[in-house]
Design a protein around this ligand. Structure first.
Ligand SMILES: Cc1cc2nc3c(=O)[nH]c(=O)nc-3n(C[C@H](O)[C@H](O)[C@H](O)COP(=O)(O)O)c2cc1C
Length: 185
C-alpha cells in the first residue's frame, strides 16, 4: 500500500472493475438522522473528493447544516471509505464543470428542484424543453454547487477467501502525515 491514501485510491480506481468507477455512496448526518445516496465523484486530488449537486437538495441542506460526510466506493472485491470535512468548491471551478455538461443536462439541472415534490412531470418537462430550445446561454445556476470531501480517515478493504479480508486504515496526523494500521477483518 502506498504511504499516501489518495495515491493508493487512484491506483485502485484505475484498476476498478465497475460499471462506473466514479460512483460512490455519500453519507450525511443531520440532527442525528443518517442519510445516504449515490453521487458521481468528478475529481480526486490531495484536496479530496469532489462531487456536484443541488444546494437545496436534502444532501445539500445536510452538508451546509453539518459539513462532515463519509463516502464509500465499491468495486467488486474492493471497498474504499473516506471520512472527513466538507468544503464548497469555488465558483470558477463549479462554472467550468457545469460548462462541460450537455445542454439538455444543464437545462434539467437549472429547472429541477432536486429532492422537492414533483407535482407535474409534464410541466417540468415542458419547462426543460423550453429552456433547452431557447437561444439563451445556460450558465450554472446558483443552486448547482460542488462539494469537496477532504478526508482525515481512509480505509481500504480487499476481500479475501474465507473472510480473510485485508483492511488498511489511514489516519491523518496533526503533522499532516498519514499513519497506516491494519484492522482485523
Ligand atoms: C449512479 C448515480 C449517480 C448519481 N450522481 C449524482 C450526482 O453526482 N449528484 C447528484 O446530485 N445526484 C446524483 N445522483 C442522484 C442521487 O443519488 C440522489 O437521488 C439525488 O441527488 C437526491 O439526493 P438527496 O435527496 O439525498 O439530496 C446519482 C444517482 C445515481 C444512481
Amino acid at each position: 500500500m502506498d504511504a499516501d491514501p489518495i495515491t493508493q485510491f487512484l491506483l485502485w480506481q484505475k484498476d476498478a472493475d465497475a460499471y462506473d468507477r466514479t460512483a460512490a455512496v455519500l453519507a450525511t448526518c443531520t440532527n442525528n438522522i443518517p442519510y445516504a445516496r449515490t453521487v458521481l465523484v468528478k475529481d480526486v486530488s490531495a484536496d479530496g473528493f469532489t462531487f456536484y449537486t443541488n444546494a437545496n437538495s436534502t444532501k445539500g441542506k445536510n452538508l451546509f447544516d453539518n459539513p462532515k460526510a463519509a463516502i464509500v466506493f465499491y468495486w467488486n472485491e474492493r471497498q474504499v471509505i473516506g471520512r472527513g470535512d466538507i468544503f464548497l468548491v469555488d465558483e470558477k471551478e463549479a462554472d467550468t464543470n457545469f460548462a462541460y455538461r450537455p445542454r439538455k443536462s444543464r437545462a434539467v439541472t437549472t429547472i429541477s428542484k432536486q429532492s422537492q415534490e414533483l407535482v407535474s412531470e409534464t410541466l417540468f418537462l415542458s419547462e426543460v424543453e423550453k429552456l433547452e430550445n431557447s437561444s439563451d446561454p445556460i450558465r450554472r445556476p446558483k443552486h448547482w454547487v460542488g462539494f469537496r470531501l477532504k478526508p482525515h480517515t481512509m480505509e481500504f478493504f480487499l476481500a479475501g477467501e474465507h473472510r480473510l479480508n485485508k483492511r488498511y486504515l489511514y489516519l491523518l496526523q496533526s503533522d499532516g502525515k498519514w499513519k497506516i494500521s491494519r484492522l482485523y477483518p
